[in-house]
Design a protein around this ligand. Structure first.
Ligand SMILES: NC(=O)c1ccc[n+]([C@@H]2O[C@H](COP(=O)([O-])OP(=O)(O)OC[C@H]3O[C@@H](n4cnc5c(N)ncnc54)[C@H](OP(=O)(O)O)[C@@H]3O)[C@@H](O)[C@H]2O)c1
Length: 300
């Protein structure tokens, strides 16, 4: 296959910069057709160059995607969950303008392994979106990275069950329960590794990646380390008790305000319940860490 023409949607979100940085890095750049087409509502905020060309498009208008998607081989969707349009419009536009050229679609999954959770229909919008792309005949790979870690943000300052105003943490699950976590930069590199893989038919439809495996206590210990003088009061709630509470809540109907609690629930339930993988595809996409080193939590 010749080097793929790649479009990236949602470039101003959490994954935009890490993904563009990875694609333009020397590790991957020889396997890409430049310029990468970066989609934004406001190209005036950016400067296009030989490597990245910014295109204006808005999810409210499918036809605004015509120029950017005509002729693409790959679309990477990094849109957020705030509006279903961020999922569906780029895909609908891909099918309208690039049906004959597209070889790979990466939908905006980037989180929980939804097909193993025991909460039926949890984030169904993401599952249905991937199914829709596959039903249209497009090779579609869900990148499942479990929970992000980012210094200054996810799992450094924002820790599931921890209230930094009171310094009290509710730690759910049996002590020592590990979950997978991925550094944002590694997620960008993993996406770059997938889109430059070559024969996409050799890749599964679900690629689980993991930079590290940690416990909530590891994250709380790290918080105390980076905030000298802070001592967190930890309240432990069992796996069984959390199961009961989560199912009662979910049976009454999903409410987005409980989203973070459900992530605590997935953490508490351990392996193959959403955020702790019994198996991952790290080795498939980055054999022997030949492309990049996975970043250890707490090392940055
Ligand atoms: N695993 C985890 O811990 C974790 C944590 C957070 C998020 N995630 C996942 O990561 C993915 C990205 O989430 P995010 O929070 O980074 O997304 P986001 O910030 O809500 O959205 C990403 C970008 O989409 C673009 N966008 C928004 N409205 C648009 C519109 N009407 N038309 C065109 N573009 C529009 C924006 O770029 P422009 O301003 O350039 O238009 C925006 O910056 C999601 O799948 C989310 O679920 C995972």
């Amino acid at each position: 296959m010749t080097n793929p023409v790649i479009a990236v949607f949602g470039t101003n979100g959490a994954l935009g910069k890490p993904t563009l940085d990875a694609l333009t890095s020397s590790t991957f750049s020889s396997k890409i057709s430049f310029p990468i087409r970066a989609i934004t509502r406001d190209p005036s905020k950016y400067t296009s160059n030989d490597e990245i060309k910014y295109y204006k498009a808005d999810s409210a208008d499918i036809d605004s995607f015509k120029d950017v998607l005509t002729g693409v081989d790959v679309l990477i969707n990094l849109g957020g969950t705030s509006d279903i349009q961020h999922y569906d419009t780029p895909l609908d536009a891909l099918l309208k303008y690039a049906k004959d050229t597209v070889k790979l679609y990466i939908p905006s999954q980037f989180g929980t392994e939804l097909d193993v959770t025991d909460l039926p229909g949890f984030l169904q919008v993401k599952t249905a979106h991937s199914e829709k792309a596959r039903a249209a005949g497009v090779k579609t790979i869900d990148v499942i990275n479990s929970l992000f870690f980012v210094p200054g943000s996810y799992l450094y300052e924002l820790i599931y069950g921890f209230n930094p105003e009171t310094n009290v943490a509710v730690v759910r699950g049996d002590k020592g329960t590990k979950f997978d976590t991925s550094y944002l930069g590694d997620v960008g590199k993993a996406v770059a590794a997938i889109v430059t893989f070559g024969d996409y038919s050799k890749l599964p439809n679900k690629i689980r990646i993991s930079s590290d495996r940690i416990t909530l206590d590891d994250a709380l210990d790290n918080y105390e380390k980076i905030h000298p003088g802070v001592k967190i009061t930890r309240e432990y709630v069992s796996k069984a008790e959390t199961y009961k509470k989560a199912h009662e809540l979910y049976d009454a109907g999903f409410d987005f305000k409980d989203f973070l609690f459900y992530l605590e629930y997935f953490i508490s339930q351990g392996t193959d319940k959403g955020v702790s993988f019994s198996k991952n595809e790290n080795e498939l996409i980055n054999p022997g860490e030949s492309l990049f080193k996975w970043t250890k939590y707490g090392s940055i």
